[in-house]
Ligand binder design. Structure first.
Ligand code: ZN
Ligand code: ZN
Length: 274
């Protein structure tokens, strides 16, 4: 049987295959074919000093962001994560099926704030940073250093562990915190981390206390979902990403920061105690 062959199709087809395979290999090497996931690993709710409930956070994330993974990290309590988990698992909330939650807490150590992820048992406050990191590791969690260089006189609500993130066995450091006053400190953190002989994983966390601040900074990682995120943190493949501030967004931020402080005083949130 004679097959009809289009003129020149053989040679050109072979070339196309070679070019196609070479392009795929190049794209694979550059990481372009790998889907990148997005996570916000630092969000507060009304379980500590946030203005929004866990349910409001989850609905906001589902409708307004492209996050695959979210960690609610309330100060010295796992209540925020537990409420989020219960809300996500409620039968009426199928729209949250694509979002993975990571158990989280932001612990006030004597040396500054330490975030524990994949932590399901309470970590006591007021231990040294070294003891806090050890307690997180003991239950199989990852220890993160949020806003390490943040410091405001007399205000423990926003204290970091400083250069201790370089010497203690932290798993990752927050290189982009979305608070506008952290812009310089974020650069300092990146610089300090990258000049050490073995940098730890970098991540971005919004430290959101009101809704629209969620996901202003985020963590990018290869793959999708919580297990891919954990693998990426352990392999130091995460990247800290974020939006920059302009005059209008800054004005909105400080307007809502004032509202937040009023909210805290009305709800007896003692910021100095966090
Ligand atoms: Zn903090
Ligand atoms: Zn925080």
């Amino acid at each position: 049987m004679n097959a009809t062959i289009a003129p020149n199709s053989g040679g050109l087809g072979q070339n196309k295959s070679v070019i196609g395979i070479a392009s795929l290999a190049w794209a694979g090497k550059r990481g372009y074919w790998t889907a990148m996931g997005h996570a916000d690993l630092h969000v507060h709710t009304t379980s500590s000093d946030g203005m929004m409930s866990a349910a409001m956070v989850l609905n906001y994330v589902a409708v307004n962001t492209s996050l695959d993974v979210l960690a609610i990290t309330d100060h010295n309590t796992l209540d925020g994560w537990l409420r989020a988990r219960d809300f996500k698992e409620a039968p009426a909330n199928d729209h949250l099926a694509e979002l993975d939650l990571v158990p989280g807490i932001e612990v006030s150590s004597l040396d500054g704030h330490v975030i524990g992820l994949w932590v399901e048992k309470m970590i006591p406050r007021d231990m040294s940073a070294a003891e806090t990191v050890a307690a997180i590791h003991e239950q199989g969690g990852l220890a993160l250093s949020p806003h390490p260089y943040a410091w405001l006189p007399g205000l423990r609500e926003f204290a970091g562990v400083g250069s201790k993130f370089l010497t203690l066995p932290f798993d990752a450091v927050e290189c982009r915190n979305s608070t506008p006053t952290e812009t310089f400190n974020n650069c300092r953190t990146v610089w300090m981390n990258r000049r050490r002989s073995s940098p730890i994983a970098e991540y971005g966390g919004s430290d959101a206390h009101f809704l629209w601040a969620i996901s202003r900074t985020w963590t990018e990682f290869p793959g999708r979902g919580a297990s891919a995120l954990r693998k990426a943190l352990e392999r130091k493949q995460t990247r800290a990403r974020g939006l920059t501030w302009g005059p209008i967004s800054l004005w909105h931020y400080y307007r809502d920061k004032t509202r937040w402080r009023k909210f805290c005083s009305e709800h007896n949130v003692r910021l100095h105690d966090l």
